[in-house]
Each structure stands twice: as C-alpha cells, then as structure tokens.
Design a protein around this ligand. Structure first.
Ligand code: NDP
Length: 237
C-alpha cells in the first residue's frame, strides 16, 4: 500500500490526527483535512512522512468542492470529523442542535463521500472508513457491555451515528460491485476535546486509530458493510 493515498477528515487533532500519523507511518500519502488552515498545517508539520494539509470543512459545499479538485486520485477516505454539542435526551433537546449535529456527522459524510467518489473510483482497491460510535448502536445495550452514555442522553449525537451506520450500509451495498470496502468503526471511549466525560484511563486514541487503519488497509477479500469496534470485534448495529 506504499503508493496509496488517503484522506482523513478532521485530522488536526484527536483520533483523526492519530489515524493520519499511523497511515503516514505505513508509507501512505495522507491528506489531512482541517477546517482551519493554520491548525491543519501545524498538525501536518508534527507528523513524520508524506502528510499534506487540506482545508476541508465538511459542512461547506465550496470547501468540499475545492478540496476534491486538489485530490484527483484517492485510495482511502476516512470520514472522521465529528461533533457532539448537546448531551440532552430527545425530550429536552431542540431541533437546532439536532440539525447542527447532523450537518457534520451525517450530511458532512454524505457530501464528502460523494464529492470524492470520482477520485476513489480511480483506485484499484478503494476503502471508506466511517468513524461512528458504539453509542449509535441500537442493540449494543442488550450485550454484555454497559451502554455509555446513560440511556436517552446525547440523543442528537447518538442518532446521528445511528444514521451514519445506515449510510455505511447503503454505500457498501451500492459500491459492492466495484471492489469498494465500506465499514464503520466504533473507536471506543477516548479523552479528546469531543468527549469531556472520558478519562485518559479509558483508552488511548492510538488504539482507536489502529482499528481505523486496519479497515483502511483491508485486503480485497476483506469485509464490507460491517460495523467493528476499535479492537476488531464485531459491533451489533
Ligand atoms: P475531536 O474533537 O478531538 O476531533 C474532532 C475533529 O473533527 C477535529 O479535527 C475537528 O476540527 C473536526 N471537525 C469538526 N467539525 C468539522 C467540520 N465541520 N469540518 C471539518 N472538520 C471538523 O474528537 P475525536 O477525535 O474524539 O472524534 C473523532 C471521531 O471519533 C468523531 O467522529 C467522533 O464522533 C468519534 N468518536 C469519538 C469518541 C470519543 O470518545 N472520543 C467515541 C466515539 C466516537 P476542529 O479542531 O476545527 O474543531
């Protein structure tokens, strides 16, 4: 995969930056998406290898089109950019915070994926990894793991990830005949700017990134249309 090219959205910090670091360490050319040019440049400078900052706001059609023009060939797209702005249950949440959350976590993925599809179709083995969340699973609470956060909270964020999971399946099905592998990843609870509730002891973003890189570098006989935890185990939808 050493001649391969990847794009990671929201790569200027957190889990996305770790994914970019690991893909660059594997010898790939990595376009590091960031909605802020300065933060993106600084993040790319901090990583060894062939990293290229790319201004990309996943909620801005013009920004997406400009970015797509700069990347004519792509092997791997990691839809990582995400926000969590409202911890309330649906009974207390407002439509605006749902809209804002969906703009980034769902519509952003749709817009970016479709804009980069022509570039991905030039790859012999295109891969799409959607960074989802275990909290978006509708059935995980029936498993052995305790569900986090507590039932009902963060309805906007969690339902955006449930919808992202559905989108993952739609892309996997639509692109199955073209050697695409499209999968979703639950990166685990990690202490990043997005998740103030997590502690460093909950886990290392580098481990989440390993899970994403595993899906990004899947062989042609690898799975598609699946949902995995960061450690490679299957997640229920
Ligand atoms: P961070 O807040 O550290 O990173 C989020 C990244 O997304 C930042 O680079 C941020 O950029 C970027 N971003 C946000 N909005 C946009 C936008 N409109 N356009 C482009 N980039 C944008 O969070 P994490 O690293 O934790 O999150 C990464 C992914 O992992 C998310 O999809 C999140 O939902 C998922 N996740 C995280 C969990 C955790 O416990 N941390 C658990 C489950 C899932 P900027 O710096 O400009 O804000």
């Amino acid at each position: 995969m050493n001649n391969s090219t990847a794009l990671v959205t929201g790569a200027n910090k957190g889990i996305g930056k770790e994914i970019a670091r690991q893909l660059a360490a594997a010898g790939l050319t990595v376009h590091m998406g960031s909605r802020d040019a300065g933060r993106g440049r600084r993040a790319a400078d901090e990583i060894d290898g062939d990293t290229r900052p790319l201004v990309l706001d996943v909620t801005d059609d013009t920004s997406i089109a400009d970015a797509a023009r700069q990347v004519p060939h792509l092997d791997i797209l990691v839809n990582n950019a995400g926000i969590s702005v409202d911890g309330r249950p649906a009974t207390e949440a407002d439509v605006d915070s749902f809209r804002r959350t969906y703009e980034t976590n769902l519509f952003g993925v749709l817009a970016v994926t479709n804009a980069f599809l022509p570039a991905l179709r030039r790859s012999a083995s295109p891969r799409i990894v959607n960074i989802s969340s275990g909290t978006g699973s509708l059935s995980w609470s029936t498993g052995p793991e305790p569900r986090f956060p507590p039932e009902g909270s963060s309805a906007a964020y969690r339902s955006s990830k449930t919808a992202l999971n559905a989108l993952t399946l739609f892309y996997a099905q639509a692109l199955a005949g073209e050697n695409f592998k499209v999968n979703a990843l639950a990166p685990g609870l990690r202490a990043t700017d997005l998740n103030a509730r997590a502690a460093a002891s909950d886990g290392d973003p580098a481990e989440s990134a390993e899970g994403a890189v595993r899906l990004a570098l899947l062989a042609d006989d690898g799975p598609t249309g699946e949902f995995f935890s960061w450690d490679g185990t299957a997640m229920p939808w």
